[in-house]
Structure formats: structure tokens, C-alpha cells
Ligand binder design. Sequence first.
Ligand code: SAM
Length: 239
Amino acid sequence: AEEVGGGDKEVVKEYFNNSGFQRWKKIYGETDDVNKVQLDIRLGHAKTVENVMKMLTDEGSLEGVTVCDAGCGTGCLSIPLAKQGAVVTASDISAAMVAEAEKQAREELLSGKDDGLPAPLMPKFEVKDLESLDGKYHTVVCLDVLIHYPQSKADGMIAHLASLAEKRLILSFAPKTFYYDLLKRVGELFPGPSKATRAYLHAEADVERALQKVGWRIRKRGLITTQFYFAKLVEAVPA
Ligand code: SAM
């Protein structure tokens, strides 16, 4: 479904407001009604979130640091960021995702708190595609979103995200290597019913080039893999 209707973005938005929302809410959740593949992806993604939190906190406290979580999904990153005192702006192209993220944030950050500590600041949630985000943030993070776009679109998205960031930009994407490309091709021979959107792999060199073009350099890299989940993580800073 590469350029159907309004192109990738419309297809992606429709997917994440409907079947994709149901599928990913389950994967990113905690319930037992997941199959083996979904459970594996849940664990892989949780590792990515953990790695990002470590990358961020290694550089110092997040108290009062402004963070833009672009393509926030159900809030898997926004919520732990808020718990660390970050001032989070979380947005997603899918209204269903934003509503779910907001609900989970209320449950985890506000209700039933009896620890006597001040309540964390609720993230500010917005339904917005990342291309139309504006403002300036100390840190911009965009996890597992680029997989929905070909490199030709990813370049512009990366440039825009970098323009919103003052100090650092963290991106994760599915790496295009010979091995993963092969795996993906094999996977495409057996299309499952819920894999409704195309997945695009990105070569690390292409992502790096897109960053360099707008004056950023990669400072840290990480790779997260489980059986069915793989993500390359990069932290970029102004060059
Ligand atoms: N970043 C979240 C995480 O790691 O938990 C969610 C990842 S999920 C695989 C991809 C998310 O990107 C979906 O919630 C989808 O709606 C969102 N998305 C896709 N294209 C987008 C765009 N152009 N702008 C903003 N969000 C987008």
C-alpha cells in the first residue's frame, strides 16, 4: 500500500486509528492476550524504552528538561519521562493513540498516588503529525515511527525533528542490513492479516547522512534485538 490515496501518511493514520491501534495497544500493554510473536515484540520495545531512558539520564537529571515525544503511541516513553520530572509534549498522528496515552498517563501519574511526593507534571498531549510540530525542545525523541516511511520521506522528517531540538535528538528505526532485508522479504511472502502497513527499513548510513545534512552528528548508538524485533537507536547532537 505504498502510495494509496493520500500516500503513506493517510494510510498510516487510518491504520493507527483502527486495527493498528488495537494491535499495538495490546503489544505495548501488559495483558496476557498476546501471541508469542507479539510478546517478543513487547519485550524488544520495552528494551528500547529502557535504553532511551538510560541514554537520557546518563547525561544528567531530567527534572525540568523539555522533551518532545513525536509519535508517542500509547505513552510508553512519555510516562517514564514525566516520572523523572521531564516537561513532556507528546503527540501522535492517531487520535486513538493520543487518547489512550492520556488515559494511561492519568492512571500512572495521578490517580491513587499516596507516596506523599509531589505529583509529576502530566505530559501535554496533542493529535498532530510530526511534520507539523513546532516550538523548541531541549530533547526530541521519535521511536519506531520511521519504519512507516520510505527514506525519501524520512529525510524530511529527520530534518524537521532536528529543527525542533536544541540539544539532542534520539531516533529509533529498523536497520536495513543484508540480514534484516532478507528476513523482511521472507516475512512478506507470508503476509499476516494484521500487518496492514508496509514496513520500511533504513540504512544507518542514510539516517546519518540526513542528520549531517542539517548539521547534526551521531554521538551514541545502540542496537536492540529480540527474535522478532530489531531497532537501531541513535542519539544525535548539533555538530
Ligand atoms: N513511539 C511510540 C513507542 O515507541 O511506544 C509508538 C510507536 S508505534 C510503532 C508508531 C506510532 O507512530 C503510532 O502511534 C503512529 O500513529 C505514529 N505515527 C506514524 N506516523 C506518524 C507521523 N507522521 N507523525 C506522528 N506520528 C506518527
